[in-house]
Design a protein around this ligand. Sequence first.
Ligand code: SAM
Length: 249
Amino acid sequence: MSALFDAYGRYYQLLYQDKDDAAEVAYVSALLQSLGAGSQLLEFGSGTGRHARLLAQRGYQVLGVERSAQMLAQAQTLPSPGFDCVQGDILEIDLGRRFDAVLALFHVVSYQTTNAAVRAVFARAAAHLDAGGFFVFDVWYSPAVHAQRAEVRVKRLADAHTAITRIAEPRHYPTENRVDVRYTILAQDLATGAVQEVNETHPMRHFSGPELDFVAEQAGFERVLAQEFGTGRAPGEDTWGVCFAYRKR
Ligand SMILES: C[S@@+](CC[C@H](N)C(=O)[O-])C[C@H]1O[C@@H](n2cnc3c(N)ncnc32)[C@H](O)[C@@H]1O
């Protein structure tokens, strides 16, 4: 069986070219500053490095850990002073050093769907922080998922070489705090007209604040912040992506 993001990752940059990376990084950077975090960052699930590269340009030193070889290869295509990345599993990684903050951006923690995986990601974050260090991440937020439910979505994007249609079909498991999103990608090579189809199912866990606090406290963290990712608004039933920050005791 191929690993998650091995196929999807081929089209990742094109699929998310509509995301405002600069605005997201400005938000994360302001958040880190408001917490008083230092400049040594560990990024869990760093993907193609779209945040890390821009954080490095702001003076942060970022080390990324990414499981998908496909995503890692894209992260390593551009030389980026201040950003390095290694292949690894954030549920097991032991880099033998500490950082000022651990980041996990764009739902990386929601990809950890079992209780054992959620416990492990907090334990690995704690292991790489000194007391006073921060674990900052955004997740799918249970109150919003229950209130709104994910719907079938179709996204179309193109660059000079490829036109893509992505269909996202969610399957809800409300009693398990999980939505399995089946992605179908139809990618047309604009030179030849040939169409390639890619299918990947991404199981996503959504979280409530008390649920995260429970696991975080067991790993030695205390919550310092919960707000809508990108805006800072108070989270509620209309807030799908919520950013949490925890301080290591
Ligand atoms: C939605 S992508 C986000 C990537 C990047 N942070 C961004 O904002 O574009 C989720 C990423 O988390 C990575 N990931 C998920 N579980 C992981 C694990 N256990 N260890 C390492 N990487 C993981 C995936 O391979 C994928 O690249």
